[in-house]
Design a protein around this ligand. Structure first.
Ligand code: FE2
Length: 281
């Protein structure tokens, strides 16, 4: 069975991204959003108050972040806390994202992430013996959802040979107002500009290979209705603006790669021996 048409595959190869509308049924979008709400329900914000921000990278050297590769951890928006460290909003509206092993540890996200439909799609992309390496639930809540600066996903999840592929599922409408994705069509044909690397201890650094800035003037917005899937090549420059609107923009993302392409041992995201990367079945 095939899921992608030859035209869709050609479009993906040429542009580095592909939008597939109506991929996730409405009731499944709702189910995933309800599950994320339940997970946040179980989370006591006093335990960990780690902010995720691509602007100042203040999460980068925190143990809670660096250990999240095989856990379900919660990260706050940059403006979630007041000067004395208290949440300014109800926790449901202050979380930036949940990551990074929902697909292995949570039964609902596991079931969705390993659905036959996604496995078939990944096979169509010629990913041999695919591994699911990362998942994130991104809340992008109204008036607080932070900007994600322009980046290539392979900077964070580097694999030798074929780059990782991102699967970005819109669980709600992603619009110009609430912070939809933006990308540079064809931008994946350039080289990787940098890598975010984990050191021997709990520290990270960014190695820069190309100092020229991304051609952000070539960015186009990718607004999509709820239920859409956007495929993203690991080298494709993409970003999203902050959400200053009154509407949330919930999304779920998965990153996959072939088992035959060695996953870099100095990637920030690592697994313990107890929970190695796994495939679809
Ligand atoms: Fe990304």
């Amino acid at each position: 069975m095939q899921f992608l048409t030859s035209e869709q595959k050609k479009y993906y190869l040429e542009n580095g991204f592909l939008i597939i509308e109506d991929f996730v049924p409405n009731k499944i979008c709702n189910l995933l959003m309800e599950r994320a709400h339940h997970l946040i329900d179980q989370f006591a914000p006093n335990e960990n108050k780690v902010i995720f921000s691509t602007i100042d990278q203040q999460h980068a050297n925190q143990r809670y972040f660096l250990e999240s590769g095989d856990k379900i951890h919660f990260f706050f928006e940059q403006h979630a806390f007041d000067a004395s460290g208290h949440l300014k909003k109800n926790k449901y509206y202050a979380i930036n994202k949940i990551g990074h092993a929902l697909h292995d540890l949570d039964p609902v996200f596991n079931c969705f992430s390993r659905s036959h439909k996604i496995a078939t799609l990944v096979k169509d992309l010629n990913v041999i013996d695919a591994l699911l390496v990362q998942s994130m639930y991104i809340c992008k809540q109204p008036l607080i959802g932070g900007e994600v600066t322009c980046h290539q996903d392979s900077s964070f999840l580097y694999a030798e040979g074929e780059p990782v592929i991102g699967l970005w599922f819109a669980l709600e409408d992603a619009t110009l107002q609430n912070g939809c994705l933006w990308a540079i069509p064809g931008g994946h044909t350039a080289t990787l500009k940098s890598r975010f690397i984990r050191g021997e201890q709990y520290e990270t650094r960014t190695e820069i290979y190309d100092h020229t800035p991304f051609a952000e003037e070539k960015m186009i917005p990718l607004p999509v209705p709820a239920g859409s899937l956007i495929l993203l090549h690991g080298f494709l420059p993409h970003m999203s603006k902050e959400n200053l609107s009154q509407k949330s923009r919930h999304a779920y993302t998965l990153h996959i790669m072939s088992r035959s392409n060695p996953y870099a041992r100095d990637n920030w995201l690592q697994r313990s021996k107890d929970l190695p990367f796994q495939g679809f079945f």
